[in-house]
Design a protein around this ligand. Structure first.
Ligand SMILES: [Zn+2]
Length: 172
């Protein structure tokens, strides 16, 4: 467009052509100038928009780096927590092995059988005549039977079949 305007201008400056031609050229030059001003305005808008988009991209990029760092920190926190839990699980299960060795395999087998059939709780405290597993109060017959059983005998709740642990507060 600038080329065209320059060409028209030089033709106009040379003064060649009829008055009508020169007038048409003048007219075209004016509208070319107007169009150029319009396009320059658009160009400016595009440049401004491009600048603001560039700034936004930089902002998002910084945020991305920040989030990546946060993810990394959380991942290492999680790894540390898992390793702590692993250590704890190891400690707990090694303690359990000692207990199993002391109790004897027969009772352990019974314990495991009850544990599997009663939601993970195989033994319960007998407390104030009540089974800590099913919460039911034992009858006098059962309580007599338990009272007269030797201390090392395994007694069980007639209701839920859990192993009952006798203590000073059993109410016997
Ligand atoms: Zn019970």
């Amino acid at each position: 467009m600038r080329d065209r305007a320059a060409r028209n201008q030089s033709r106009l400056d040379s003064g060649q052509g009829s008055a009508k031609d020169l007038q048409a050229l003048q007219h075209e030059l004016t509208s070319l100038a107007r169009r150029q001003a319009e396009l320059e305005e658009v160009e400016l808008e595009v440049m401004e928009r491009s600048e603001s988009l560039t700034a936004r991209v930089a902002e998002l990029e910084a945020r991305r780096v920040e989030l990546a760092e946060r993810v990394e920190a959380l991942e290492s926190e999680r790894a540390a927590a898992i390793s702590k839990l692993d250590d704890e699980a190891e400690k707990v299960s090694s303690g359990r092995a000692d207990i199993v060795a002391g109790v004897g395999t027969e009772l352990i087998a019974l314990y495991e059988k009850i544990r599997a059939s009663s939601g993970g709780m195989a033994a319960a405290e007998l407390r104030h005549r009540r089974c800590g597993g099913c919460r039911l109060e034992l009858g006098n017959v059962d309580l007599d039977r338990i009272r007269t059983s030797p201390q090392d005998e395994v007694v069980r709740c007639e209701e839920c079949r859990r192993i009952l642990i006798r203590t000073g507060e059993s109410g016997l």
